[in-house]
Design a binder for this molecule. Sequence first.
Ligand code: CLF
Ligand code: SF4
Length: 494
Amino acid sequence: MMSAPIISLESLTNTTSAGQLLTIANSGGCASSSCGSSSTPTDMNSATWEKIKDHPCFSEEAHHYFARMHVAVAPACNIQCNYCNRKYDCANESRPGVVSEKLTPDQALRKVIAVANEVPQLSVLGIAGPGDACYDWNKTRATFERVAREIPDIKLCISTNGLALPEHVDELVEMNISHVTITINMVDPEVGEQIYPWIFYGHRRYTGTDAAKILHERQMLGLEMLSERGILTKINSVMIPGVNDQHLIEVNKWVRERGAFLHNVMPLISDPAHGTSFGLNGQRGPNALELKALHDRLEGGVKLMRHCRQCRADAVGLLGADRGQEFTLDRIPLEPLYDGGKRHDYREVVSRIRDDHSAAKKEAIATVASVNIRGSLQVAVATKGGGRINEHFGHAKEFQVYEASQTGIKFVGHRKVEPYCHGGLGEDAALAGIIAALDGIDIVLCARIGDCPKEKLMEAGIRATDTYGYEYIEDGISALHATEFGTVPSQATA
Ligand code: CLF
Ligand code: SF4
């Protein structure tokens, strides 16, 4: 597959001049005139594609190009989850054990403007804890109203446990909040009582199965109301081995019947140091292979989200590369004025690159699917965005995992790691962690890798190559697949 000249994400996002951005785009040679998207995928209507094409969570493809930011404005919560310690962020959407910077609605507006001026990929503002965005509704509403007035094209997104959702659904529609996430961990109150010790509802505290039953009914009602009104709903479920892991198959069926758009099954992250009930009583989370096995069993139900990064409640940037610490209140201007120039120019650029990427991806997937060979290849890719194999092995903070098989090329997840390189030197301890994180991977694709880590990976049974550096991910995997399965002479893994 011939693809456009290589354009790194850095060259797009670190370039300050709009003219430079457009020059880069024009060098791509793609003649698309559509703005901000590649064409509608065949399995989706155009109205739905319009809603998700630049939402990095609702579209796996979009997460290569577009960024979200969260503002932590709604800290009050109306339930207790056994995986949550209220000192930290809401673990229904965010990474446990993290304390995010809490903001007033006015501070949030200031921060959103500062980020929008500096991060051209920004497309979505989310409120995702700590606390519950629907329960602490006045702060959620005040924040979204302020931001929508200043930056009308930003998508608004909330995450909720669902208990207080039904009473706000009509306001969500009026406020043009286009994407909602409900965390649903059970549809059976007997499973629910193992996850939720209490809820606070109608001025009363409930415990046991009574609490779980009310929560379940409110979650289902909220989901049905959102579906009736055409709001796209993602369901988050925390996979808790021995508690709800098998049960999530039932959850998937229930939410499918009620119109959910996406199901995001995330691993429980359980650590005694976080002081949660599960952490303290030894409840473990699933490993990467257990999570993948459950994802595979759920295929065929509600479309699965496999690219969630369980990000912070004050995260900023592309999903795999949090820039939140660059935009704390002490680092942003006191009264920034919104300038949409960079975001506009970035979208122009992406529309061209993305169409080229989309065509390359389609052809690569068809090529792999046409090879009549059983078995699959598990490939870990080092990327920093733009859909390319463009990160050095030693700099990678995560690897994106793809499976190449007779069904084509499928994104199946990611593995977080401590980078191998520190101050230009490789660290053996970090490499041991990376090798452990890459359990089950056949081969690593990256932009560059030195002989030393490559040999140590090989000793652990994991091959690595930079042969396909800077190619589109799917192009690289397709070429590798052909090499591995003998349709072209070997070149990649020597
Ligand atoms: Fe934020 Fe969530 Fe909206 Fe995305 S995150 S509120 S839907 S804008 Fe995304 Fe982060 Fe996963 Fe959430 S990767 S934790 S799914
Ligand atoms: Fe914690 Fe979120 Fe659960 Fe509330 S909904 S208890 S903030 S994890």
